[in-house]
Design a protein around this ligand. Structure first.
Ligand SMILES: Nc1ncnc2c1ncn2[C@@H]1O[C@H](COP(=O)(O)OP(=O)(O)OP(=O)(O)O)[C@@H](O)[C@H]1O
Ligand SMILES: [Mg+2]
Length: 332
Protein backbone atom coordinates (compact mmCIF):
# COMPACT_ATOMS: atom_id res chain seq x y z
CA UNK A 1 0.00 0.00 0.00
CA UNK A 2 1.06 3.59 -0.37
CA UNK A 3 0.53 7.16 0.64
CA UNK A 4 -1.33 9.45 -1.73
CA UNK A 5 -0.49 13.13 -2.08
CA UNK A 6 -2.14 15.82 -4.14
CA UNK A 7 -0.27 19.13 -4.44
CA UNK A 8 -1.95 22.19 -5.90
CA UNK A 9 -4.34 20.07 -7.96
CA UNK A 10 -6.72 22.17 -10.02
CA UNK A 11 -9.48 20.69 -12.16
CA UNK A 12 -11.73 22.92 -14.25
CA UNK A 13 -14.83 21.97 -16.19
CA UNK A 14 -15.46 24.97 -18.45
CA UNK A 15 -16.06 27.87 -16.08
CA UNK A 16 -16.51 25.61 -13.01
CA UNK A 17 -13.46 25.11 -10.83
CA UNK A 18 -14.10 21.67 -9.33
CA UNK A 19 -10.73 21.49 -7.52
CA UNK A 20 -8.96 24.70 -6.61
CA UNK A 21 -5.24 24.11 -6.00
CA UNK A 22 -6.11 21.22 -3.69
CA UNK A 23 -3.48 19.94 -1.27
CA UNK A 24 -4.32 16.59 0.27
CA UNK A 25 -2.17 14.01 1.99
CA UNK A 26 -3.47 10.53 2.68
CA UNK A 27 -0.87 8.72 4.81
CA UNK A 28 0.06 5.10 4.08
CA UNK A 29 -2.54 2.84 5.67
CA UNK A 30 -4.98 5.67 6.43
CA UNK A 31 -8.73 5.39 6.02
CA UNK A 32 -9.49 8.92 4.94
CA UNK A 33 -13.09 10.02 4.56
CA UNK A 34 -13.83 13.07 2.43
CA UNK A 35 -16.80 15.12 3.60
CA UNK A 36 -18.54 17.91 1.76
CA UNK A 37 -21.92 18.78 0.30
CA UNK A 38 -22.91 18.04 -3.26
CA UNK A 39 -20.59 19.71 -5.75
CA UNK A 40 -17.72 20.15 -3.26
CA UNK A 41 -15.35 18.16 -5.48
CA UNK A 42 -15.29 14.75 -3.78
CA UNK A 43 -15.72 12.62 -6.90
CA UNK A 44 -13.34 14.86 -8.83
CA UNK A 45 -10.69 14.29 -6.16
CA UNK A 46 -11.04 10.51 -6.51
CA UNK A 47 -10.94 10.78 -10.30
CA UNK A 48 -7.76 12.85 -10.13
CA UNK A 49 -6.11 10.21 -7.93
CA UNK A 50 -7.27 7.33 -10.14
CA UNK A 51 -6.13 9.02 -13.34
CA UNK A 52 -9.58 9.24 -14.91
CA UNK A 53 -9.35 13.03 -14.78
CA UNK A 54 -6.18 14.85 -15.76
CA UNK A 55 -5.62 17.95 -13.60
CA UNK A 56 -5.21 21.34 -15.27
CA UNK A 57 -2.46 22.08 -12.77
CA UNK A 58 -0.72 20.38 -9.87
CA UNK A 59 0.75 17.03 -9.10
CA UNK A 60 -0.49 13.64 -7.95
CA UNK A 61 1.92 11.31 -6.12
CA UNK A 62 1.29 7.73 -5.09
CA UNK A 63 3.85 6.03 -2.89
CA UNK A 64 6.15 8.98 -3.38
CA UNK A 65 6.18 8.59 -7.16
CA UNK A 66 4.71 11.19 -9.45
CA UNK A 67 1.83 9.68 -11.44
CA UNK A 68 0.16 12.81 -12.84
CA UNK A 69 0.82 11.74 -16.43
CA UNK A 70 0.14 8.02 -15.99
CA UNK A 71 -2.97 6.16 -17.12
CA UNK A 72 -5.39 4.63 -14.57
CA UNK A 73 -4.03 1.13 -15.30
CA UNK A 74 -0.46 2.23 -14.64
CA UNK A 75 -1.42 3.63 -11.24
CA UNK A 76 -2.92 0.39 -9.90
CA UNK A 77 -5.56 1.99 -7.71
CA UNK A 78 -9.00 0.38 -7.40
CA UNK A 79 -12.02 2.64 -7.62
CA UNK A 80 -15.61 1.94 -6.59
CA UNK A 81 -17.81 4.38 -8.45
CA UNK A 82 -20.74 6.41 -7.15
CA UNK A 83 -22.75 5.11 -10.11
CA UNK A 84 -21.83 1.46 -10.19
CA UNK A 85 -21.27 0.00 -13.61
CA UNK A 86 -21.11 -3.74 -14.13
CA UNK A 87 -20.78 -5.69 -17.37
CA UNK A 88 -24.45 -6.61 -17.83
CA UNK A 89 -23.87 -9.58 -20.13
CA UNK A 90 -21.48 -11.22 -17.63
CA UNK A 91 -22.34 -13.19 -14.51
CA UNK A 92 -21.45 -11.97 -11.04
CA UNK A 93 -18.48 -14.36 -11.02
CA UNK A 94 -17.24 -13.09 -14.39
CA UNK A 95 -17.64 -9.50 -13.24
CA UNK A 96 -15.55 -10.24 -10.17
CA UNK A 97 -12.91 -12.11 -12.19
CA UNK A 98 -12.65 -9.37 -14.76
CA UNK A 99 -10.11 -7.12 -13.00
CA UNK A 100 -7.92 -10.17 -12.27
CA UNK A 101 -7.80 -11.11 -15.96
CA UNK A 102 -6.16 -7.86 -17.00
CA UNK A 103 -2.94 -8.50 -18.93
CA UNK A 104 -1.03 -6.63 -16.22
CA UNK A 105 -2.12 -9.02 -13.47
CA UNK A 106 -2.64 -12.38 -15.24
CA UNK A 107 -3.80 -14.17 -12.11
CA UNK A 108 -3.57 -18.01 -12.08
CA UNK A 109 -6.97 -19.72 -12.30
CA UNK A 110 -6.92 -21.25 -8.79
CA UNK A 111 -5.89 -18.05 -7.09
CA UNK A 112 -8.60 -16.23 -9.00
CA UNK A 113 -11.33 -18.68 -7.94
CA UNK A 114 -10.20 -18.44 -4.33
CA UNK A 115 -10.19 -14.67 -4.27
CA UNK A 116 -13.57 -14.40 -5.95
CA UNK A 117 -15.13 -16.83 -3.50
CA UNK A 118 -13.65 -15.07 -0.49
CA UNK A 119 -14.74 -11.62 -1.62
CA UNK A 120 -18.21 -12.89 -2.54
CA UNK A 121 -18.59 -14.32 0.95
CA UNK A 122 -17.40 -11.14 2.61
CA UNK A 123 -19.94 -9.17 0.61
CA UNK A 124 -22.72 -11.74 1.20
CA UNK A 125 -23.19 -12.26 -2.52
CA UNK A 126 -21.82 -15.82 -2.91
CA UNK A 127 -25.28 -17.27 -3.63
CA UNK A 128 -25.59 -15.00 -6.68
CA UNK A 129 -22.25 -15.83 -8.32
CA UNK A 130 -23.87 -17.43 -11.34
CA UNK A 131 -26.54 -14.79 -11.86
CA UNK A 132 -26.28 -12.37 -14.74
CA UNK A 133 -25.42 -8.89 -13.51
CA UNK A 134 -28.77 -7.66 -14.85
CA UNK A 135 -30.60 -10.10 -12.56
CA UNK A 136 -29.56 -8.32 -9.37
CA UNK A 137 -31.08 -5.75 -7.07
CA UNK A 138 -29.46 -2.35 -6.76
CA UNK A 139 -27.84 -3.27 -3.46
CA UNK A 140 -26.47 -6.51 -4.94
CA UNK A 141 -24.99 -4.64 -7.90
CA UNK A 142 -23.37 -2.24 -5.50
CA UNK A 143 -21.81 -5.12 -3.59
CA UNK A 144 -20.45 -6.66 -6.82
CA UNK A 145 -18.90 -3.35 -7.73
CA UNK A 146 -17.22 -3.15 -4.31
CA UNK A 147 -16.11 -6.75 -4.91
CA UNK A 148 -14.42 -5.83 -8.17
CA UNK A 149 -12.18 -3.49 -6.19
CA UNK A 150 -11.59 -5.91 -3.32
CA UNK A 151 -10.40 -8.82 -5.51
CA UNK A 152 -7.46 -6.70 -6.56
CA UNK A 153 -4.30 -5.84 -4.69
CA UNK A 154 -4.11 -2.17 -5.47
CA UNK A 155 -1.82 0.41 -3.88
CA UNK A 156 -4.91 2.30 -2.74
CA UNK A 157 -8.69 1.98 -2.80
CA UNK A 158 -10.89 4.88 -3.86
CA UNK A 159 -14.52 4.51 -2.87
CA UNK A 160 -17.31 6.90 -3.78
CA UNK A 161 -20.30 6.37 -1.46
CA UNK A 162 -20.03 2.59 -1.86
CA UNK A 163 -22.66 1.70 0.73
CA UNK A 164 -25.30 4.27 -0.18
CA UNK A 165 -27.90 1.96 -1.71
CA UNK A 166 -27.69 -0.84 0.85
CA UNK A 167 -30.20 -1.52 3.60
CA UNK A 168 -29.33 -0.62 7.18
CA UNK A 169 -28.30 -4.11 8.27
CA UNK A 170 -26.02 -4.74 5.29
CA UNK A 171 -24.52 -1.30 5.67
CA UNK A 172 -23.69 -2.01 9.28
CA UNK A 173 -22.15 -5.39 8.31
CA UNK A 174 -20.09 -3.94 5.50
CA UNK A 175 -18.90 -1.01 7.61
CA UNK A 176 -17.34 -3.54 9.92
CA UNK A 177 -16.00 -5.62 7.01
CA UNK A 178 -14.40 -2.67 5.24
CA UNK A 179 -12.90 -1.44 8.46
CA UNK A 180 -11.38 -4.83 9.22
CA UNK A 181 -10.14 -5.30 5.64
CA UNK A 182 -8.39 -1.97 6.02
CA UNK A 183 -7.01 -2.76 9.46
CA UNK A 184 -5.80 -6.25 8.43
CA UNK A 185 -4.32 -5.37 5.05
CA UNK A 186 -3.01 -1.92 5.95
CA UNK A 187 -4.79 -0.66 2.85
CA UNK A 188 -4.82 3.04 2.07
CA UNK A 189 -8.42 4.08 1.48
CA UNK A 190 -9.84 7.37 0.27
CA UNK A 191 -13.57 7.19 0.85
CA UNK A 192 -16.47 9.53 0.13
CA UNK A 193 -19.64 9.41 2.15
CA UNK A 194 -22.52 11.57 3.36
CA UNK A 195 -23.18 9.08 6.12
CA UNK A 196 -22.33 10.42 9.54
CA UNK A 197 -21.91 6.97 11.09
CA UNK A 198 -19.60 5.73 8.33
CA UNK A 199 -17.41 8.80 8.76
CA UNK A 200 -17.28 8.56 12.55
CA UNK A 201 -16.73 4.81 12.75
CA UNK A 202 -14.45 4.00 9.81
CA UNK A 203 -12.25 7.04 9.28
CA UNK A 204 -8.80 7.36 10.76
CA UNK A 205 -8.63 10.75 9.01
CA UNK A 206 -11.33 13.11 7.79
CA UNK A 207 -10.88 15.80 5.14
CA UNK A 208 -13.51 18.52 4.82
CA UNK A 209 -13.88 19.84 1.26
CA UNK A 210 -15.42 23.21 0.46
CA UNK A 211 -15.65 24.24 -3.19
CA UNK A 212 -12.62 22.26 -4.24
CA UNK A 213 -10.44 23.24 -1.28
CA UNK A 214 -9.55 21.36 1.84
CA UNK A 215 -10.63 23.42 4.85
CA UNK A 216 -9.83 21.00 7.68
CA UNK A 217 -8.27 17.60 8.24
CA UNK A 218 -8.11 15.62 11.44
CA UNK A 219 -9.50 12.57 13.16
CA UNK A 220 -13.30 12.34 13.18
CA UNK A 221 -13.27 13.41 16.82
CA UNK A 222 -11.09 16.42 16.11
CA UNK A 223 -13.42 17.59 13.36
CA UNK A 224 -16.43 17.01 15.59
CA UNK A 225 -15.05 18.50 18.80
CA UNK A 226 -12.77 21.17 17.40
CA UNK A 227 -14.14 22.43 14.07
CA UNK A 228 -12.42 25.40 12.43
CA UNK A 229 -15.62 26.94 11.06
CA UNK A 230 -19.40 26.71 10.89
CA UNK A 231 -18.97 24.87 7.61
CA UNK A 232 -16.71 22.21 9.14
CA UNK A 233 -18.88 21.95 12.26
CA UNK A 234 -21.95 21.33 10.10
CA UNK A 235 -20.40 18.33 8.32
CA UNK A 236 -20.66 16.01 11.34
CA UNK A 237 -23.33 15.64 13.99
CA UNK A 238 -26.95 14.55 13.96
CA UNK A 239 -29.02 16.55 14.62
CA UNK A 240 -26.91 19.23 13.01
CA UNK A 241 -25.19 21.84 15.13
CA UNK A 242 -27.50 24.77 15.98
CA UNK A 243 -26.14 28.09 14.72
CA UNK A 244 -27.72 31.05 16.51
CA UNK A 245 -27.00 34.75 17.14
CA UNK A 246 -23.92 35.01 19.36
CA UNK A 247 -25.62 36.96 22.18
CA UNK A 248 -28.86 34.98 22.27
CA UNK A 249 -28.11 33.59 25.73
CA UNK A 250 -26.06 36.50 27.08
CA UNK A 251 -22.76 38.18 26.40
CA UNK A 252 -20.54 36.82 23.65
CA UNK A 253 -16.80 37.22 23.05
CA UNK A 254 -15.69 40.20 20.95
CA UNK A 255 -16.09 39.64 17.21
CA UNK A 256 -18.52 36.74 17.64
CA UNK A 257 -21.46 36.70 15.24
CA UNK A 258 -22.82 33.21 15.98
CA UNK A 259 -22.94 30.69 18.75
CA UNK A 260 -22.79 27.00 17.79
CA UNK A 261 -24.49 24.43 19.97
CA UNK A 262 -24.44 20.70 19.46
CA UNK A 263 -26.94 18.74 21.57
CA UNK A 264 -24.32 18.00 24.24
CA UNK A 265 -23.58 21.72 24.44
CA UNK A 266 -27.12 22.44 25.60
CA UNK A 267 -27.85 21.79 29.28
CA UNK A 268 -31.47 21.03 30.03
CA UNK A 269 -33.20 21.93 33.28
CA UNK A 270 -31.18 25.06 33.99
CA UNK A 271 -30.92 28.53 32.48
CA UNK A 272 -33.65 30.23 30.47
CA UNK A 273 -37.03 28.94 29.38
CA UNK A 274 -37.57 27.53 25.91
CA UNK A 275 -40.81 26.14 24.52
CA UNK A 276 -41.11 22.57 23.21
CA UNK A 277 -42.48 22.61 19.66
CA UNK A 278 -42.06 18.92 18.91
CA UNK A 279 -40.81 15.68 20.41
CA UNK A 280 -39.46 13.49 17.62
CA UNK A 281 -38.94 9.85 18.54
CA UNK A 282 -36.51 8.20 16.10
CA UNK A 283 -36.04 4.93 17.98
CA UNK A 284 -32.36 5.23 18.80
CA UNK A 285 -32.63 8.94 19.47
CA UNK A 286 -35.33 11.27 20.74
CA UNK A 287 -35.07 14.78 19.36
CA UNK A 288 -36.41 17.78 21.14
CA UNK A 289 -37.41 20.73 18.97
CA UNK A 290 -37.44 23.96 20.92
CA UNK A 291 -38.25 27.57 20.33
CA UNK A 292 -36.21 30.09 22.24
CA UNK A 293 -36.82 33.81 21.62
CA UNK A 294 -38.14 33.07 18.13
CA UNK A 295 -35.21 30.81 17.24
CA UNK A 296 -35.61 27.12 16.51
CA UNK A 297 -33.22 24.77 18.29
CA UNK A 298 -32.96 21.01 17.88
CA UNK A 299 -31.38 18.87 20.56
CA UNK A 300 -31.71 15.34 21.92
CA UNK A 301 -33.31 14.23 25.12
CA UNK A 302 -33.99 11.20 27.28
CA UNK A 303 -35.97 8.58 25.28
CA UNK A 304 -38.35 8.26 28.23
CA UNK A 305 -39.00 11.98 28.42
CA UNK A 306 -42.46 13.08 29.49
CA UNK A 307 -42.03 16.41 27.70
CA UNK A 308 -44.72 17.31 25.17
CA UNK A 309 -45.40 20.03 22.67
CA UNK A 310 -46.16 23.28 24.50
CA UNK A 311 -44.15 22.41 27.62
CA UNK A 312 -41.44 24.71 28.88
CA UNK A 313 -37.89 23.54 29.49
CA UNK A 314 -34.95 25.58 30.75
CA UNK A 315 -31.78 25.48 28.65
CA UNK A 316 -28.28 26.87 29.00
CA UNK A 317 -25.23 26.73 26.71
CA UNK A 318 -22.40 24.54 27.94
CA UNK A 319 -18.94 25.17 26.46
CA UNK A 320 -20.38 26.47 23.16
CA UNK A 321 -18.51 27.33 19.98
CA UNK A 322 -18.38 30.92 18.80
CA UNK A 323 -17.90 31.95 15.20
CA UNK A 324 -17.01 35.23 13.49
CA UNK A 325 -19.05 36.86 10.72
CA UNK A 326 -17.12 34.93 8.06
CA UNK A 327 -17.89 31.63 9.81
CA UNK A 328 -14.40 31.09 11.24
CA UNK A 329 -14.19 29.75 14.76
CA UNK A 330 -13.29 32.16 17.55
CA UNK A 331 -11.25 30.36 20.18
CA UNK A 332 -11.51 31.29 23.83
N1 LIG B 1 -17.99 16.19 -16.28
C1 LIG B 1 -18.28 17.38 -15.75
N2 LIG B 1 -18.58 18.44 -16.53
C2 LIG B 1 -18.84 19.66 -16.00
N3 LIG B 1 -18.84 19.93 -14.68
C3 LIG B 1 -18.58 18.91 -13.85
C4 LIG B 1 -18.29 17.60 -14.33
N4 LIG B 1 -18.07 16.78 -13.25
C5 LIG B 1 -18.21 17.57 -12.16
N5 LIG B 1 -18.51 18.84 -12.51
C6 LIG B 1 -18.69 19.98 -11.58
O1 LIG B 1 -17.57 20.03 -10.70
C7 LIG B 1 -17.97 20.30 -9.38
C8 LIG B 1 -17.52 19.18 -8.45
O2 LIG B 1 -18.19 17.98 -8.83
P1 LIG B 1 -18.00 16.59 -8.08
O3 LIG B 1 -18.67 15.56 -8.91
O4 LIG B 1 -16.57 16.38 -7.78
O5 LIG B 1 -18.81 16.86 -6.74
P2 LIG B 1 -19.12 15.86 -5.53
O6 LIG B 1 -18.52 16.48 -4.30
O7 LIG B 1 -18.70 14.49 -5.86
O8 LIG B 1 -20.72 15.98 -5.42
P3 LIG B 1 -21.83 14.82 -5.09
O9 LIG B 1 -21.90 14.73 -3.60
O10 LIG B 1 -23.08 15.40 -5.67
O11 LIG B 1 -21.41 13.55 -5.75
C9 LIG B 1 -19.48 20.50 -9.42
O12 LIG B 1 -19.73 21.87 -9.53
C10 LIG B 1 -19.89 19.78 -10.68
O13 LIG B 1 -21.05 20.34 -11.22
MG1 LIG C 1 -19.74 12.76 -6.25
Amino acid sequence: MAEVTLSGVTVRYGTTTALDALDLHVPDGAFMVLLGPTGAGKTTTLRAVSGLTRPDAGEVRIGGQEVTGLTPAQRNVAMVFQQYSLYPHLTVRENLEFPLKSPLLRTPRDAMAQKVTRVAETLQIAHKLDNKATALSGGEMQRVSIGRALVRDPVAYLMDEPLSSLDAKLRADLRIELKSIQADSGATILYVTHDQIEAMTMATHVGVLDEGRLVQTGTPREIYEDPVSIYAASRLGLPRINILPADLFGTAPPGARSIGLRPEQIRQGEGQDARVTRVERLGDQTRLHLNFRDHDIVTVTDPHTALRRGDVVAIAPHRPFFFAADGARIRA
